[in-house]
Design a protein around this ligand. Structure first.
Ligand SMILES: [Zn+2]
Ligand SMILES: [Zn+2]
Length: 267
């Protein structure tokens, strides 16, 4: 059966002469902070979908609301993945249920995949390589179907454990129930969510790890004005995971907010 990896698995990056002081590492306080905010963002998605189903807000409002909440949640969830294993989280977080697909993975699997991405970034053993390689269009297509691809690839490699079968069954049942309650409204929510998942996964993988066909880990190739706009929409601190992605890969234990304090990573 798959065993949840320790944080050290992700830290096995290239040997590095510089070692950031432990005061810069994520701690209990950071873990509590991201645990709280990921829950708030998930509740915000539920509230938006529920309000549209109940007729309290027009369904089209889901189109701007879902990406705004999802991108913030994805960045906070990424920090939480580095700060706390699934076994130390409430059931709510373990399920990681935002209804992106009738078959999708939970926190434990996402964490293991992300740690393997850190360990083998952009190589043949990187489980996210299928979203990194190739041209932008191919990679964007792969990012759009990443919930299903991630699920199928995980089951092929690790099999279907009892706990994954139970959790995936709960997520699937919730998905089907929501489709049944109001197919039209759920469709609007689902399209907005899947585009958000696709864009986020495309930036996280292809944009940051493929420089015109050369695979590696690179700085965010976005003009300052775009970064400033993204900071205004999604928050300054979460955006550091993107703008400082090279430093994040080199020193994954360091909290996002402290990455700019570190020296430039070796090239
Ligand atoms: Zn990366
Ligand atoms: Zn990471």
């Amino acid at each position: 059966m798959f065993e949840e990896g320790s944080d050290n698995a992700a830290m096995a990056a290239a040997p590095d002469a510089f070692s950031p002081p432990p005061v810069l590492w994520r701690d209990e306080r950071d873990a509590r902070h991201y645990q709280f905010w990921t829950r708030v963002y998930a509740y915000a998605l539920y509230a938006a979908l529920g309000s549209a189903v109940l007729g309290l807000m027009p369904p089209w409002l889901l189109v701007p609301v879902v990406p705004l909440v999802y991108f913030r949640m994805a960045l906070a969830l990424h920090e939480l993945l580095h700060a706390r294993p699934s076994s130390q989280l409430p059931r709510f977080h373990q399920l990681t249920m935002i209804f992106e697909s009738p078959m999708c993975l939970g926190y434990r699997e996402h964490r293991a995949i992300h740690f393997a991405h850190h360990r083998f970034a952009s190589t043949d053993r990187d489980p996210e390589r299928y979203q990194i390689e190739g041209g932008p269009l191919r990679a964007f297509g792969a990012a759009l179907i990443s919930p299903e691809c991630g699920f199928v690839r995980w089951v092929r490699e690790h099999g279907m454990s009892r706990s994954l079968a139970v959790d995936a069954g709960i997520r699937c049942a919730a998905f089907i129930a929501l489709v049944a309650v109001n197919p039209r409204v759920f469709f609007v929510y689902w399209v907005a969510l899947r585009l958000s998942v696709g864009c986020s996964s495309f930036v996280f993988h292809h944009v940051l790890h493929n420089d015109d066909g050369r695979l590696g880990t690179f700085r965010l190739p976005a003009p300052d004005v775009v970064v400033r706009m993204a900071r205004a929409l999604f928050g300054a601190e979460p955006m550091l995971i993107l703008t400082e992605h090279e430093r994040h890969h080199q020193w994954p234990r360091v909290r996002a907010g402290d990455l700019p304090l570190l020296p430039a990573p070796p090239r």
